[in-house]
Ligand binder design. Structure first.
Ligand code: LMR
Length: 334
């Protein structure tokens, strides 16, 4: 009788161990933008590819639009292991202590997607991602979003039009300095709070790639927008290093492949998404869109580019020079 009970017990334990072994590895992927944005689409694509390529051994749960965590909280959640994957904007790594990432915030440092990709797809981009190791974070890849336009309730045709304006920014010393240089008042605020802050007049204006402006409906509470293309906003897809290194090697390889495909997918649509969003904002008729003349654009550049020099001691001359070299940017040739 005793032997029989033991045998049943052993069988049950073996069964539950087997069931446990089949439990999928869950990756919670949290982000702050709408699902219908370049980042949102990249995350959904990764979910499909990761689950397909690991044959269900990995389950990816995507939480869009700050449903789990707001900007600053999501980084803490990753470090605590409450989520496994994030794609924060590149501005978010300066406050984490990896100040070199703020090179991406320097105004007009990239002259479009081609120049940007010389960095994100090249050795300078990889070296920057590797600096995250020291924070217990593994930087997997870069995902594009786009170039920002400035919005407000009054027309912005010259740098002087920004004087005294309260402008929402992400937490970044470079962005702070940029708006101070323009005589504006930068206000750090979580992305999920911007719509309401614009609606209630807590801030006068902000800046966004068009996909973010449109999907958060910010154009409904901003009367004017100027296509300045002054800053780039993009992402690094990151995981907690301990989690990533602890994955079975075959699964990690499959996830790397899924991520590579997702990067190609996300980056292929980033510009199209932003162009489409601009058209939707235009069609809504709620925001007047202004395209600056060559001279006006040049005035914005001349007013903002001195921020590169001012922020050299924070970002690091070596990093700024490496980006200049990769893209061919020359501040003297504005
Ligand atoms: C912002 O706060 O404006 C961006 O970081 C949002 C995002 O993730 O695109």
């Amino acid at each position: 009788m005793k032997m029989r009970t033991l045998a049943i017990g052993l069988a049950a334990a073996t069964f539950s161990l087997a069931a446990l072994a089949q439990q999928p590895i869950v990756i919670k992927f949290s982000h702050v933008v709408a699902a219908d944005t370049p980042k949102g689409k990249g995350a959904e694509f990764f979910k499909i590819k990761a689950e397909e390529m690991t044959k269900g051994r990995v389950k990816v749960e995507v939480y869009a639009n700050s449903t789990l965590y707001k900007d600053k909280e999501e980084m803490e959640a990753l470090q605590l292991g409450a989520v496994q994957m994030l794609a924060p904007s590149l501005s978010k790594f300066g406050p984490l202590g990896v100040k070199e990432f703020e090179v991406f915030d320097l105004p007009y440092i990239f002259d479009g997607y081609d120049s940007l990709r010389k960095v994100t797809l090249g050795p300078v981009g990889r070296q920057l991602l590797d600096k995250l190791d020291a924070k217990g974070i593994k930087g997997l890849t870069y995902w594009d979003n786009g170039f920002k336009s400035i919005s407000a309730n009054t027309p912005i045709k010259s740098p002087a039009d920004l004087k005294g304006k309260k402008m929402r920014i992400q937490s970044s010393k470079v962005l702070e300095e940029q708006y101070r240089t323009l005589g504006a008042i930068p206000q750090v605020m979580a992305f999920s709070e911007v719509y309401q802050a614009l609606q209630t007049g807590v801030v006068d204006g902000t800046d966004n790639p068009h996909s973010n402006l449109y999907t958060q409906k910010m154009h409904e509470v901003q009367k004017h927008m100027t296509i300045t293309d002054h800053n780039y906003l993009g992402y690094a897809v990151i995981v907690k290093k301990k989690f990533w290194d602890g994955l079975p090697a075959d699964i990690r390889k499959q996830l790397d492949d899924a991520m590579e495909q997702s990067t190609r997918y996300a980056n292929q649509f980033a510009k199209i998404d932003n162009d489409n969003a601009l058209e939707m904002v235009r069609k809504s008729g709620k925001t007047q869109i202004y395209t600056p003349t060559k001279e006006e654009l040049s005035a914005f550049k001349k007013a903002m580019v001195p921020v590169h020099k001012k922020m050299e001691s924070r970002v690091g001359k070596e990093t700024i020079d490496a980006v200049y070299k990769a893209t061919g940017f020359n501040p003297a040739k504005l």
